[in-house]
Ligand binder design. Structure first.
Ligand SMILES: NC(=O)c1ccc[n+]([C@@H]2O[C@H](COP(=O)([O-])OP(=O)(O)OC[C@H]3O[C@@H](n4cnc5c(N)ncnc54)[C@H](O)[C@@H]3O)[C@@H](O)[C@H]2O)c1
Length: 268
C-alpha cells in the first residue's frame, strides 16, 4: 500500500468533504427579489435546498418565498436588509444563528446600476456604489466565514461584471471600480479560505436582461448588443447556471476564479 498517498487522500477528505448524507445545504442569496438572484433562488429551490433570501424589497421577497415554499416544500427565510450596512448584516446573521441556520453557500449578488459617464460621478454616487457592491459583498463574506470555517465547508460566489475586467465604454468608473474590487476580494478571500475547505469564486456577466439593464437607454443598449458576438443579451438563467456550477462539487478544485459569462464580448 502507498502510505503517503493514503494519508494525502485522507487529509483531502478531512479538509474538503462535507459528509452529511441527505442534508441539503443552506443557501443565502443576496439581491434575491429580482434578476439573477431570483433566478438562482428558483434553481436551488427546485433542487430542494433551504434558502435565505435577502434584498431591499420585502414584499417581493415574501411573495417569492411563499411561492417557493408551496412549489417545493422547502424552508425559505425572507429578510429585508441593506447589505451596505455592516450592523444590519451582523444582526441578520444573529437572527439566523438563533434559528440554528448556518449558511453553506453564499451567492453575493445584490447590486445597483448607474449608467452615467465619468464627469457625472459625484462623491455621493461613488460612495453609494462602492458601499453596496464592494463593502456589501465584503460584509456578507465576513459574516458567513466563521460558520464555514467551523464546518470546514463552504461555497461563495461573488457577482462581478465584464465591466470589472474590461472597464465600461461610457466611463461609469464607480461601477467598474466596485466590480474590479470584487475580483480582488474574491482572490484574496479564496487564498485565505481554501485551506478551510471553502471555495470562493466570482462570475463576471456581460449585459443581461434584468431590471438593472432596463435602466439603460435603448440607444446605449443597442450599441452594447452590437459589440456582443453572440448577438443578444444574456438571460438570467444563464448567469444563475454559471454560479450554480461554481458552487457545485464539479468545481471543487476551482479557487479565486472569475468566470466570464458574456456572450463573447470580452475574453481574458
Ligand atoms: N444585468 C446586467 O446586465 C448585469 C451585468 C453584470 C453584472 N450584473 C450584476 O448582477 C447583480 C444582479 O443584478 P441584476 O441585473 O439581477 O439586477 P436587479 O436590479 O434585477 O437585482 C438587484 C438586486 O439587488 C438588490 N439590492 C440592491 N441594493 C441592495 C442593498 N443595498 N441591500 C440589499 N439588496 C440590494 C435589489 O433589491 C435586487 O434584489 C448585480 O450585482 C449587478 O451589478 C448585472
Amino acid at each position: 500500500m502507498n502510505l503517503k498517498a493514503t494519508n494525502a487522500t485522507k487529509l483531502i477528505q478531512d479538509v474538503y468533504i462535507h459528509d452529511t448524507p441527505g442534508k441539503k445545504e443552506w443557501v443565502l442569496v443576496t439581491g434575491a427579489s429580482s434578476g439573477f438572484g431570483e433566478e438562482f433562488a428558483r434553481q436551488y429551490a427546485e433542487k430542494g435546498h433551504p434558502l435565505v433570501l435577502v434584498a431591499r424589497r420585502l414584499d417581493r421577497l415574501q411573495t417569492l418565498a411563499e411561492t417557493l415554499r408551496q412549489q417545493h416544500g422547502i424552508e425559505v427565510v425572507a429578510e429585508q436588509v441593506d447589505l451596505s450596512d455592516v450592523a444590519a448584516v451582523i444582526q441578520l446573521h444573529q437572527r439566523l444563528r438563533e434559528r440554528d441556520i448556518a449558511i453553506d453557500i453564499l451567492i453575493n449578488n445584490a447590486g445597483i446600476g448607474d449608467f452615467v459617464s465619468f464627469p457625472e460621478i459625484s462623491s455621493d454616487k461613488w460612495d453609494r456604489m462602492l458601499n453596496i457592491h464592494l463593502k456589501g459583498s465584503f460584509n456578507c463574506c465576513q459574516a458567513v466565514l466563521a460558520g464555514m470555517k467551523e464546518k470546514k465547508y463552504g461555497k461563495i460566489v461573488n457577482v462581478s461584471s465584464v465591466a470589472g475586467k474590461r472597464g465600461d465604454f461610457i466611463g461609469n468608473a464607480h461601477y467598474t471600480a466596485a466590480k474590479a474590487g470584487i475580483i480582488g476580494l474574491t482572490r484574496s478571500l479564496a487564498l485565505y479560505a481554501a485551506p478551510f475547505g471553502i471555495n470562493v469564486n466570482a462570475i463576471a456577466p456581460g449585459l443581461v436582461a434584468t431590471e438593472l439593464s432596463d435602466e439603460m437607454s435603448s440607444e446605449m443598449k443597442a450599441t452594447t448588443i452590437s459589440r456582443i458576438p453572440a448577438g443578444r443579451l444574456g438571460r438570467p438563467e444563464e448567469i444563475a447556471r454559471a454560479a450554480a456550477f461554481l458552487v457545485s462539487e464539479d468545481a471543487s478544485y476551482i479557487f479565486g476564479e472569475t468566470l466570464s459569462v458574456n456572450g463573447g464580448s470580452y475574453m481574458d
